[in-house]
Design a protein around this ligand. Structure first.
Ligand SMILES: Nc1ncnc2c1ncn2[C@@H]1O[C@H](COP(=O)(O)OP(=O)(O)OP(=O)(O)O)[C@@H](O)[C@H]1O
Ligand SMILES: Nc1ncnc2c1ncn2[C@@H]1O[C@H](COP(=O)(O)OP(=O)(O)OP(=O)(O)O)[C@@H](O)[C@H]1O
Ligand SMILES: [Mg+2]
Ligand SMILES: [Mg+2]
Lengths: 258, 258
């Protein structure tokens, strides 16, 4: 049975999409069957795989409306073993559009409950938009765990307690099984004191929940989406790509921990 | 009569808050009377001025509820001439909470129409959260222009057409006077080809609407919020601070253009 993992953090620009793309790719490259769902109206994860806006089909918006079976929304990517449900611009304004719908927080959960879909995969990742709106809430309700990319900067650190309160609220009221998959330090720059200080703070607060692998700030990571490729395909030897490979190794090791 | 300017971009982490804090500070330092409204549930602009979470009063949430006169929400900052309406955590979930309210997009506009408030200022800036939710929509309706911070990276560039479509939609349906104040290039790194290529693309597309002043990536900018100070107060000589000073000068010059 697949594990569904939301990649979430309300702070913008902390590396949610970059982590979704590259962790999913590294896991698929190691033989896992992975589905990546892009729930961000910006559609960055879809762009990061070079899927043009007019080739996305109904996309993840149809998970909210239920207008088509979820399995029909799934598209291949150029990474063997990695499939995707891309995002379309229909998602813009979805928060307001579905605010008055019954069980508005359970729409994705219900769509993914379709027999035979999720079971084909080992892991299903959901890339969330910034903010704590209805799309992120839906992902937290559908998921069995949440992975938190955390940029090593002050504003990003500030927001972590707000995020944890929201996760705890979702666990208490909407999804009792929601666990913390872990915290991944992103855009980490060893040369910069603030980055080091933030990293130390995070490790002290989250202890073993912080992945040992930190993702360094790496120019090849920034460049790869403009080539429509994950950094693992764009420049496998770059520090960013190698960090995502070791993150995937560590992620898999953690799945078998007691 | 004050000019109300929304600082908006749905892409996360592009420098909206950093630009709001430092442009407002530089303008106040040059003698303008400025009000900064923090409409982001994360409250980063409020934190950036060292306003503790329990010292924020009712905050900008009360602009949505109308429960108190807007003037009573205004607090001083340590920058002479710069006042603020801070953000509180009540803003979390505001999109859903106000989705069914009449004139849900006009709540801030109505609050700021209070006689005697906005007229005391030369400029009122509204720092928006990431996304194109109800809070950002409210800011675009209340504003007479929108300032767009644009990070010189691929994903940020991708989202610009979506943002412009939303701005045009707001102009056509909700706020006919909404103009483009301009685009500010942020985290610009002259040494990196992609950054330069993105900047060239943006200048070709937006032409004179792009401010000549680009904000360089600067470590002192990243550090300043952890000291609860704008970078202009934290390290006036740093490249980031100086860039915001020249941005303010250019901003004022543009106000008198035909
Ligand atoms: N390790 C890294 N090194 C360098 N740049 C990075 C790294 N990780 C992410 N970036 C860049 O930082 C920017 C923000 O990253 P990304 O878009 O993945 O964040 P996000 O959290 O998904 O943003 P949003 O909140 O808008 O969804 C992107 O331009 C991305 O290319
Ligand atoms: N010129 C700069 N040089 C270095 N770091 C910067 C610069 N501008 C902003 N930053 C840092 O980048 C991060 C994102 O900036 P900021 O929080 O202002 O963006 P934002 O668009 O307001 O984010 P959000 O979408 O979450 O509201 C912050 O940690 C900030 O300190
Ligand atoms: Mg993203
Ligand atoms: Mg901000």
């Amino acid at each position: 049975q697949a594990k569904i993992i939301a990649i979430a953090n309300q702070k913008g620009g902390v590396g949610k999409t970059t982590t979704a793309i590259n962790l999913a790719t590294a896991l698929a490259a190691s033989g896992e069957r992975v589905l990546l769902i892009d729930m961000d109206p910006q559609g960055n994860a879809s762009t990061g795989f070079g899927i043009a806006a007019d080739e996305r089909g109904l996309g993840s918006y149809a998970l909210l409306t239920g207008e088509a079976p979820a399995a029909s929304l799934v598209l291949p990517t150029e990474v063997p073993g990695l499939l995707m449900i891309p995002a379309t611009e229909d998602l813009i304004g979805a928060d307001l559009e579905f605010a008055q719908v019954d069980s508005r927080e359970h729409l994705i959960e219900r769509a993914l409950a379709e027999p035979g879909l999720v079971g084909q995969f080992g892991y299903v990742f959901i890339d969330c938009p910034p903010g704590l709106g209805l799309l992120t809430l839906n992902a937290l309700v559908a998921a069995s765990s949440v992975l938190i990319p955390l940029q090593c900067e002050f504003f990003a650190l500030e927001g972590i307690s707000q995020l944890m309160r929201t996760i705890n609220l979702v666990r208490r009221t909407l999804n009792p099984r929601l666990a913390l998959e872990g915290v991944v330090l992103t855009m980490f720059d060893r040369r910069n004191n603030l980055g080091q200080a933030v990293a130390d703070d995070v490790r002290a607060y989250f202890k073993a929940d912080v992945f040992e692998t930190a993702i360094p700030r790496s120019i090849r990571v920034t460049e790869s989406p403009s080539h429509g490729k994950p950094v693992l395909l764009y420049d496998y030897r770059s520090p960013g790509a190698q960090a995502y490979v070791s993150l995937a190794v560590e992620f898999l090791r953690r799945q078998t921990l007691p």
